[in-house]
Write a protein that binds this ligand. Structure first.
Ligand code: NDP
Length: 401
């Protein structure tokens, strides 16, 4: 029985709140706080109606204001903060957790607003302080990063003596009927995918131009989809935690229509993160673009199709080479029917709740800052399956990689 503070009231915040509310035995009291309190109120009302949870309250918070966060945490006294706001707020929330003796979990690693660059160094630097405080910080516990790390940990624990090649493959074969929309926060999403590609090979990082490397990959239940090599944050921790990996890559599907829109957005300067003057006021073009794009949290209603995300691994077991594929397919419609949010929010919010449940029930323990692959994958994957994200695995197949 624990009090939990969820920060962020977008699509992921909605799913996380619903899923926590389904487990009142673990999440006995929930406070949902975000910049805009009215959004928290709508989610709380819907979650109470759907689950019957009796103790969900809401609050307004600017999660970049550490004293305000400390005040909110001290007044509610949660055991854990689940950060499903934006990566810009990771460090301020970690500071507030340290100050108040509260565990921390997020789904995306820190990036500074003024530079489109994500890496773990800023958050790994909190290792000593979380250890000293006897607290746990779980980094990147969505789907990717998140479940992809746990899938890799399962492969290492049960199926390989050494893993050599890791390809994380992420397909969204859904159709939301809009000309252009992103599936999570547009600003964070566009910053991520317009960066250079990057992968790990033979002990070093290799950079590519954005979308330089692409190929068709077959996804279970979906078929062949054009997929592009991207830089993705979990690669950094996975090659560190599994040093036998010779090559690690991340692939994501993009349709022609999406890429054409993205090219235009970039060519006309709307993906820019440097402030420009507009009618006497400073605005950041990408911030402005977010305000006119569809809200990812509202895409669910007519969203058809499914996502398919997994890890394709080659390595050795008992002296013999083997291949292994572990994946989840998630239906946008089923996610919407249960929570009112689409599949990408669902595949992020369910693992966030599951990771928090692992910590609050003592199944993931320790002190310090952890990436998810450092914990026991088994209890997490059992609960993930029980909470709507079924996963499957297959051996000895052609990985196509
Ligand atoms: P949204 O933009 O829909 O929601 C973000 C929420 O955070 C909004 O409610 C927003 O408030 C709130 N917020 C923003 N700034 C502040 C602030 N300073 N203080 C308090 N609240 C703030 O994003 P999503 O729900 O789509 O995504 C949430 C997070 O999940 C992101 O960090 C994203 O990177 C991550 N993610 C991770 C994935 C994974 O697999 N690991 C996949 C998808 C997403 P307001 O409503 O006022 O704007």
């Amino acid at each position: 029985m624990s009090k939990t503070l969820i920060i962020g009231a977008g699509g992921v915040g909605r799913v996380t709140t619903f899923k926590c509310a389904q487990h009142p035995g673990v999440f006995s009291e929930i406070l949902l706080a975000s910049r805009t309190k009215s959004k928290c109120d709508i989610i709380a009302k819907d979650a109470i109606a759907a689950t019957g949870h009796q103790h969900i309250s809401t609050a307004a918070i600017d999660a970049e204001d550490v004293p305000a966060l400390i005040k909110l945490i001290r007044s509610f006294q949660p055991k854990m903060v689940i950060n499903v706001a934006l990566p810009y707020q990771d460090l301020t929330m970690m500071d507030a957790c340290l100050e108040t003796g509260t565990h921390y979990l997020d789904t995306a690693n820190y990036e500074p607003k003024e530079e489109a660059k994500f890496e773990y160094s800023w958050q790994w630097a909190y290792q000593g302080r979380f250890k000293e405080a006897g607290l746990i910080a779980v980094l990147g516990c969505g789907f990717d990063p998140g479940v992809t790390g746990v899938f890799t940990a399962r492969a290492a624990k049960h199926h390989f003596d050494e893993m050599h090649y890791l390809d994380i493959v992420d397909c969204n074969a859904g159709d939301h009927g809009k000309a252009f929309a992103t599936n999570f926060n547009p600003e964070i999403n566009i910053r991520e995918i317009t960066q250079k590609g990057k992968y790990w090979e033979n002990g070093q990082w290799i950079e590519t131009k954005p979308f330089e490397i692409g190929k068709k990959i077959n996804y279970p239940g979906i078929g062949a989809r054009q997929s592009y090599l991207l830089n993705h944050e979990e690669l950094e921790s996975l090659v560190k935690n599994y040093p036998t990996i010779k090559r690690a890559r991340f692939w994501m599907t993009f349709g022609e229509e999406y890429l054409t829109h993205l090219r235009v957005i970039q060519n006309i300067g709307m993906a820019g993160i440097e402030p420009v003057m507009y009618q006497g006021m400073e605005i950041v073009p990408l911030n402005f673009l977010k305000t006119v794009l569809p809200n990812p949290g509202d895409l669910g209603e007519n969203y058809t199709g499914q996502t398919s995300i997994g890890c394709r691994i080659k390595g050795v077991k008992g002296g013999k080479e083997r291949t292994y594929y572990i994946w989840n397919n998630c239906s946008h419609q089923a996610a919407f029917d249960e929570t009112g949010a689409q599949g990408v929010s669902y595949t992020t919010g369910v693992p966030a709740m599951t990771g928090a449940m692992m910590v609050l029930t003592g199944q993931w323990s320790g002190t310090g800052v952890f990436n998810v692959e450092e914990f026991d994958p088994d209890p997490f994957l059992r609960k993930l399956r029980a909470n709507g994200l079924e996963w499957e695995e297959e051996f000895g197949l052609d990985l196509e990689m």
